[in-house]
Design a protein around this ligand. Structure first.
Ligand SMILES: [Zn+2]
Length: 272
């Protein structure tokens, strides 16, 4: 049921607010396992833990027009995720020159539409920032530049930020590596520059069916493997590497069988 309020994106007051999904509704369906004896609910990595939940995280945030605004690029990304037979995103990216090493490799964006991918990734992170039920996603001072960009993409991708995409490469267990979704989450990271100077940056990340989206803010430019780098690139990642990011959480959760959604998942601690 719609609620009346102010749209978080276009700021129109007194509009019918839709029950807006943070991660698109379609992302949950491919994860359901309806085979006898299996848990039919998807595995979702959330707040550092894997939970098997039927609850789809949503909140009254957007007016009808802004829901439609996001849907166009959601539909595009839907055309890239794995099907029963295929993984379209992997077919569309550029080919690595010499195979894919264990740590992954940067390739050209190929036939992927980087603008639509970057817009979609930013929209999910921004929704995570905006939704009170997602406690660990915070764009801080970048929230307003991203709101303006998401409302009117002709203003361009916010400066001082970068957008990255990781795609599961072919190999053993690639389907398993494509079986996870997560809510967007903000983490602080540090790495060494080539001259040994520590570089701090903030990452806002989520995984979606074999695609891993990263939005970096407050960092030095990450030209390597960035959708807006020179040249524009994505990173092909072996399934084993991809699984290593998430498998510990999934294995930890699976012995517990069908987990009931916790109170935190239903409502979530309020942020800010
Ligand atoms: Zn709106």
């Amino acid at each position: 049921m719609p609620k009346v309020g102010k749209c978080a994106l276009c700021l129109s007051p007194n509009v019918d607010l839709q029950d807006s999904h943070v991660v698109p509704r379609w992302a949950y369906q491919p994860l359901r396992d309806d085979r006898p004896g299996r848990n039919p609910e998807p595995i979702m990595v959330w707040d550092g833990k894997a939970l098997q939940i039927s609850k789809q995280t949503s909140e009254h945030m957007l007016c009808v027009a802004c829901e439609r605004r996001f849907k166009v690029d959601e539909d595009y990304v839907y055309s890239l995720v794995p099907t029963a037979l295929d993984f379209p995103a992997r077919k569309l990216v550029g080919k690595p020159e010499r195979g894919v090493p264990a740590d992954g490799t940067a390739v050209g964006v190929g036939q992927l539409d980087r603008d639509r991918i970057a817009y979609f990734g930013a929209s999910v992170v921004w929704r995570g920032h905006t939704a009170k039920c997602v406690p660990d996603c915070d764009l801080a001072a970048f929230a307003e530049p991203f709101r303006q960009y998401l409302l009117d993409r002709t203003v361009g991708f916010p400066s001082g930020t970068s957008s990255e995409l990781y795609v599961v490469d072919n190999g053993p267990k690639w389907r398993r590596a494509c079986g996870t979704i997560s809510l967007p989450q903000t983490t602080q990271r540090e790495r060494q520059s080539s001259s040994g100077i520590p570089i701090h940056h903030t990452s806002h990340e989520f995984v979606l069916l074999g695609l891993y989206f990263t939005l970096r803010t407050e960092s030095s430019p990450f030209l390597r493997a960035s959708l807006y780098g020179n040249p524009p690139t994505v990173t092909l990642t072996p399934p084993s590497k991809f699984l290593s990011w998430f498998a510990p959480h999934i294995v930890k959760a699976s012995p517990r069988g069908k987990l009931r959604p916790s109170a935190a998942v239903r409502g979530g601690p309020k942020k800010r």
